[in-house]
Design a binder for this molecule. Sequence first.
Ligand code: GLU
Length: 450
Amino acid sequence: MIVTRFAPSPTGLLHVGNIRTALHAWLLARKHGGRFMLRIDDTDAERSREEYVDAIRADLSWLGLEPDGEERQSARLAIYEDAFARLREAGRVYRCYETAQELDLKRKVLLGRGLPPIYDRAGLSLTEADHARLAADGAVPHWRFLLDHAETIEWIDGVRGPQHFDPAQLSDPVIRRANGSWLYMLPSAIDDAEMAVTDVLRGEDHVSNTAVQIQMFTALFAAGFGATRTLPRFAHTALLVGTEGKLSKRLGSLSAGALREAGIEPAALVALLARLGTSLPVEPIADRARLIDTFDLATFGRAPARFDEAELARINHALVHQLPFAEVAGRLPHGMDERGWLAIRPNLEKVEDAADWWAIVTGPVDPAPFDAEDRPYLAEATRLLKWSDDPWHTLTGALRDATGRKGKALILPLRRALTGKDHGPDMAQLLPLIGESEARVRLSRAAAGD
Ligand code: GLU
């Protein structure tokens, strides 16, 4: 059973980058009939907000990426405490007292000597007497995880291939603050182990976290933790960049809500983000099953994936033209039925613009005045208007015969008189929606120059 998870910290709104991560996890789970979990990483009580938790749920639901279950780290603190106690027993965590300034200074000294800024493990050599003296002075320790330098870290990354890290080249990570709160790293490994997550998919900014977390998993398993005692598979996707080549501020601030307000359909975002950075073509695919079937980590490249808003707009445009009535009915103006949607849909860039066209169907319209040549022509049109299954072609056919007009001269005055516009949906579909009596009123008014 494949289990994936999306683990956002509720400290802000979801943006295209983390939506993409969520989508990958969802696609992989769906492809294998597995479970897709939402895990709210809210151990940072100061920065986590309930409104962001709600926004994350709402955004996932808007995107159609419903999780099969939800967990919150803030509800699991007792589990972390237990795991921590076992790791402490096993000697895999230790107390440190350096302030941020002291650590910064240590880093600068090492860098100045041309050495990598790795933590010197000063805390590890403190004796119990040292700790007691520090405690008596009012010092409160924070905690680091002790990496095992003898155990090299290797994994086959689903996107990046074989990965190899020398733990001696990494700092022992701080896992717990002096006030007892948790940093993200250890709770995440505990949860992935406990929830039997089989596949961790995330951005490549987490590669070095994975190296450290692999040792955490091993230490947790040795301490009797974990549902299956098997490491998950890891895959780190290349980051998204904006069209100008770097991770632009704009990209980071493109929230799901902002995109929704701009008229972007969830299907468009999903179609683009499912394929971006892969060797598969980005296409306006509305059918989720097709995106699921073709999703394959082996198609992902290692180069940064370029997110282009213009490409999103193109896909959105193409997808709006495919949306079935049932999917948009709730967002259409009152009275607009399937026939109306199908007539107007090919003309839309956004579903919300349907309201403007529907207002033209229901009227009133306000065309610019017609010249002396077109007024009698429109009077003729009023006379010749005859209702049928296809009133538009009946009318234009009769007008062609009666006046000899063709092309634009035949069509444009009619379109203007009936809709107030020079362009728009197919008149053969629009005219039946306007209806006979209203069409007659519009034509005769235009003819009279009202
Ligand atoms: N809360 C972490 C983040 O948002 C989770 C990363 C992960 O393990 O997927 O960066």
